[in-house]
Design a protein around this ligand. Structure first.
Ligand code: BD6
Ligand code: ZN
Length: 332
C-alpha cells in the first residue's frame, strides 16, 4: 500500500503522541556506544534504565526491553554495604539504590535481593537528629529524606526508622509560600515540594501541609506556553510536568492547572523524527524528559492514548504500586 494511505494510528501516532517513535528511541539508548553522552552518563546508568522502563510501562510496551538482562545488570550494581551505585563498581548512593529497587519492584523480583542489607544501608545514613544523607559523604537534602522512607516502605520496614526525626526535618524545610526547599531555609522548588509531600504522604503526615497555599504556589508554575517551571521566574520544562503535577495529585488539586494546555506543551517538546521528549521545544531529547513528560501526560489525563495511571508518590504504575502493597498512603 502507498505510504500516504497509512493513518496516524498505523504510524503509531495518537492525538499527537508519537508512541512508536518514543519506544524505538528508548530501545536504541543502550546501543549508542558511539555517542559521548552514553559514556558521560555512565554514573547514572541505573536511573536511565529506570526512566526508560517507567516510560515503556505507561505506554503499555514494557516487554520491549530485555527483562533478564536488566535484572542481572541491576544486581551487578549492588555493593557489599547493601547499597547500589549508578553503574557496576560505582559507590553506593541513595539515588541509585532507589532506582535499583524501583526497577526490581516493577519486575516483581524484589525477593531476589537481600532486603536486610539494604535496610541496614539506609539506616546507616540517618543521624541522631533524624536527618538523612545521600551517601557516606554526608550531603543532606530533603530528597534523601523521601528516598530513605520510600525504600524502607518497599520492605515494609518504616518502623525501623526515626520517622519523627525525618518528618521534623521536612517540616523545618517548609517555607512561608507553602513550598519546600532542599533543607531548612532553602528556597521553594517544585522538585523538593514533590520529595517532601511524598515523604509526608508515606508517613501519614500530610496534615503538616498548608494545602491551598501550596497548591496555589504550584498552580502558579504554569506559564502562558502551558508548560510548568520549577520556581518563579524560571523557564518551563517538560520534567516539571511530573514534579508539579505529582505534588498537586497528592494534594487532590490537579484541576488547579490547565491540563489541556500542559499536554499541548509536552507534545510540543517531542522529537517527532528520532523519538524522545526534550525539556522544551527545539532542545535535544533525553530519556529523563521522555519519562517525566509521559508521566505528566498520564497525570494530566491525556486521553488520546491509553496511558497507564502513575502513582504520584512512588513514580511507578498504580497497578504495580498496588501489587507491592504501597497504596496505603492514599488513606492517610
Ligand atoms: C541530576 N539530575 C538533575 O539535576 C536534573 C537536571 C534537570 C533536568 N531538567 C532541569 N534540570 N534536575 C532534577 O532532577 O531536578 C529535580 C531535582 C533537583 C534537585 C533535587 C530534587 C529533584 C537528573 C538527571 C539529569 C541531569 C541532567 C539533565 C537531565 C537529567 C536526575 O538524576 N534527577 C534525579 C533527581 C532525583 C532523584 N531522586 C529523587 C527523588 C525525589 C526528587 C528528585 C529526585 C531524578 O529525577 N531521579 O529519578
Ligand atoms: Zn527538566
Amino acid at each position: 500500500m502507498s505510504d500516504e494511505a497509512t493513518t496516524d494510528e498505523e504510524k503509531g501516532i495518537f492525538g499527537g503522541l508519537f508512541v512508536n517513535k518514543h519506544v524505538e528511541y528508548i530501545k536504541s539508548l543502550d546501543k549508542r556506544h558511539d555517542e559521548i553522552e552514553y559514556w558521560m552518563t555512565e554514573h547514572l546508568r541505573i536511573s536511565g534504565i529506570y526512566w526508560g522502563l517507567v516510560a515503556l510501562h505507561l505506554l503499555g510496551r514494557e516487554n520491549e526491553l530485555d527483562r533478564d538482562k536488566i535484572i542481572k545488570y541491576v544486581k551487578s550494581c549492588q555493593n557489599t554495604d547493601g547499597g547500589f551505585g549508578g553503574h557496576t563498581g560505582h559507590d553506593s548512593h541513595l539515588l541509585y539504590t532507589m532506582s535499583a529497587i524501583q526497577i526490581l519492584v516493577m519486575y516483581n523480583v524484589l525477593d531476589q535481593i537481600n532486603g536486610d542489607k539494604i535496610i541496614a544501608f539506609v539506616k546507616s545514613l540517618q543521624d541522631e537528629s533524624g536527618e538523612v544523607s545521600g551517601d557516606c559523604w554526608g550531603e543532606k537534602d530533603t530528597r534523601f529524606a523521601f528516598i530513605s522512607v520510600a525504600i524502607l516502605s518497599f520492605f515494609h520496614a518504616v518502623d525501623q526508622f526515626n520517622m519523627d526525626g525525618v518528618i521534623e526535618y521536612v517540616r523545618r524545610s517548609m517555607n512561608y509560600d507553602g513550598g519546600f526547599g532542599s533543607q531548612p531555609g532553602g528556597e521553594s522548588h517544585s522538585a523538593q515540594v514533590y520529595t517532601c509531600l511524598a515523604a509526608l504522604a508515606i508517613a501519614g503526615r500530610l496534615d503538616i501541609v498548608d494545602r491551598d497555599r501550596l497548591s496555589g504556589w504550584l498552580a502558579e508554575r504554569q506559564l502562558k506556553s502551558g508548560g510548568l517551571n520549577g520556581r518563579p521566574q524560571k523557564l518551563e520544562d517538560a520534567c516539571y510536568s511530573w514534579w508539579v503535577l505529582s505534588s498537586l495529585k497528592i494534594l487532590g488539586r490537579v484541576h488547579w492547572v490547565d491540563r489541556q494546555r500542559l499536554c499541548a506543551f509536552i507534545l510540543s517538546a517531542q522529537d517527532t523524527e528520532d523519538g524522545g521528549i526534550a525539556d522544551r521545544p527545539g532542545d535535544i531529547a533525553d530519556v529523563y524528559h521522555t519519562c517525566f513528560g509521559i508521566c505528566g501526560l498520564s497525570l494530566a489525563g491525556f486521553d488520546k492514548y491509553p496511558l497507564d495511571e502513575i502513582d504520584p508518590v512512588y513514580c511507578m504504575p498504580v497497578r504495580i504500586a498496588e501489587r507491592a502493597g504501597l497504596r496505603s498512603w492514599m488513606n492517610n
